[in-house]
Every structure is written in structure tokens, then in C-alpha cells.
Design a protein around this ligand. Sequence first.
Ligand SMILES: Nc1ncnc2c1ncn2[C@@H]1O[C@H](COP(=O)(O)OP(=O)(O)OP(=O)(O)O)[C@@H](O)[C@H]1O
Ligand SMILES: [Mg+2]
Length: 372
Amino acid sequence: MKVGILGGGQLGRMLLQAAANYVVETYVLENDPHCPAAHLCTHFKKGDIRDYDTVYSFGKGLDAITIEIESVNIEALEKLASEGVQVYPSPAAIRIIKNKVTQKEFYRDNEIPTSEFVITENIAALEVHTHLYPAVHKIGEGGYDGKGVQILENQTDYSKGFDALAVLERKVKIKKEISMIVAMNRSGDMVIYPPAEMVVDPVLNLLDYQLSPAILPEKITWKAEAIAMKLVKKLNSPGLFAVELFIDEKDEVLVNETAPRVHNSGHHTIEANYCSQYDMLWRIIMDYPMGNTDPILPSAIVNIVGAEGFAGKAVYAGLEEVLKIDNVFVHLYGKNETKPGRKMGHVTILHKDYQDLTHKANKIKHLLRVIS
Ligand SMILES: Nc1ncnc2c1ncn2[C@@H]1O[C@H](COP(=O)(O)OP(=O)(O)OP(=O)(O)O)[C@@H](O)[C@H]1O
Ligand SMILES: [Mg+2]
């Protein structure tokens, strides 16, 4: 099979690592020839994943195509799909999710619980919707890693918002943030991974560390599973999806957002679950039986991000100390340049005991620093 991936970041890289176990010829389209995925694919094509002609000519002649980022040219994918190329997920599902405005409308139209919201077209609109404050303002398209998200405590904060098509939503009193990964094959069969729970850094707004399976009352897990599976069913697309959810102070479960692809909240599945999210996506693309999502052991993920005050050629201080710790798996994404907050890698820790996971996660956060 010839399979293309749009985007060449770390998600593409880990997808390619899993592809090496199968008979598949891989193609990557990405502008940067030094990107994390460039050296692991069979064929690298330099080009813009947002450009119609580039994506169309990349996909023509392939059996299947998938994405590792949503900011792709959907019209070209639609054309390819109409000509018989399998697209995972469907272009229609990417279209809904790509823009936070259409994504929220999709939740509302399908009665999928999500925080109350209005759509705003410009900054002036932020003064109007007084009942939603404290609120969160999210740009429709173009935001990533928390950069398209602004917390507005009250109306006087409105100038911090986006002067573009965006979503203004009520700020949820979050008790826990979890993520559920759901996969669906071409016959519509679904599997779901146990929830992962995250602790978020309030300053950088980047994932701090993650535990999986999340520690939740059974009833909340069931509710979250039902919501995540309904959501994927309504998207009506084969592929792999990560559904981010909030559990609020009243134990309500609300969908925050969905990613129609392999996701950072599923990195641990490489070592911690029988079938990783990456392996699962290949099974779906190749129309093989889906794998077992059960955990082998509980796990934690620590993201390795560029330290404040350093930019330039990356140096991994403390790496040897981290590698000495038992049941620790280091993944460096092969990015040459570091800058503050840049995702450079992650570490997965396995242990049956959650206290051990938390202890080691904190230890690794302090030991391992990306400097220059
Ligand atoms: N309605 C909300 N109420 C409270 N907190 C929120 C709300 N929406 C978002 N947040 C917080 O902001 C974070 C980032 O929001 P969101 O996931 O929508 O943005 P993003 O740009 O897609 O980020 P990422 O790429 O990190 O997932 C969330 O993980 C959550 O901690
Ligand atoms: Mg998010």
C-alpha cells in the first residue's frame, strides 16, 4: 500500500515508527525538509499542505492519505476522495473540526454536551455577551498549543480577545481535564482507550504531565465514554480521534474539543497499551482487525519542552540521569532548534502505583531541561 501523511511533525514521526512493522510505502508532505518525520518515511515531498495543487498532486496515485495536523487543504482531499483515494478521517470530518466555530456548532446540533457559547465576528461583540463571563475566547482557525485561546475574566478584558471569527464560551470550573481516544474502522466498528487525565501549566497553557488511566469514579468514565463514542459516530468517519473533555465541579462531562488524528494525549499508548494509537490507525488504514486498547500498566507522560531563556541548537541536559530510571521511555523528536515552550520530546513512565508515577514525573520534569 502507498499511504501519504500530510504534515511532518512528531505525530507523523511516531506514526511512521509504527508503520515500519507493516508492508507499507509511506509518503510525507511538509514544507520543512528537516522536520521530525522527514527521515523516517519512504518518500519525502517538500510542499505546502494548505495548497490545493500541492496536496492534490501529492495524493494522486496513493491508496490512502491521512493527516497529522488539521490545517490542510480540504478541497484537494475531497477531490482525491472522489477519485478513489481513501482519506482518514473523511474530509467532511476535518472540515467540521478544523474551525472551532463549526466544531462547536456540530456539538450543539448533535446534542453533545459542551460549554455554553456564542459565535463572535469581531472584538466589539465581546462587550455584549455579559452572561457568559468569566469566559474563554477561541479563534476559529489558526490557533495551536493554546495560542488561539484567551481567558477573559470579565468584560473589561475584552481587548485581549481576537478580532476575527471566534467562539466565546463560558469558562468551565474544571475539576479534571481528560482525553479519550476513539478509533473507528471502515465498517463502523469502534474501540476506545481508557481516559487520560492532565494537569495543565496555568502560565504556558501547555500540557504539564498526564496520567493514564485517569482516576475517575466509574460513572464518570462511562459518561465520558458514551459522549466520546457518540461524537465519533456522529462525525461518521473512519479514523482515529482524540476527544478532550472537562469534568466540572458538579461532575458534568463537557466536550472541550476534538482532534481528528493521532494526538499528544495518546503518546503513552506506545508503551503502556497493547495496541498503540499509531498502530491502531495503521490497522484502520490497511483494513486489518483493530487492536486491544487495554493498558498493560498505568503510565505518565512528561512533555519535554524548550526551557525559558534558551534558543538555538538543542542540548538535552540531564538526559543520562533520566535514562538511568527504571521503566522510563524517552522520545526525542529530532528537532535541531529549541525555543522556550517548544515541544521537543516526551518521556513515558510505567508503574502499577500512581504515587510512583507522580513522583517520577516530577523528578523528570526537574532533571531534564532543553537548553542551548
Ligand atoms: N471553556 C473553558 N473553560 C475553562 N478552561 C478552558 C476552556 N476552554 C479551554 N480551556 C483551557 O484552555 C486549554 C486550551 O484550550 P483548547 O484545548 O481549546 O485550545 P488549543 O489551542 O486547541 O490547545 P491545545 O492545542 O493545547 O489542545 C484547555 O486545555 C483548558 O485548560
Ligand atoms: Mg486542547
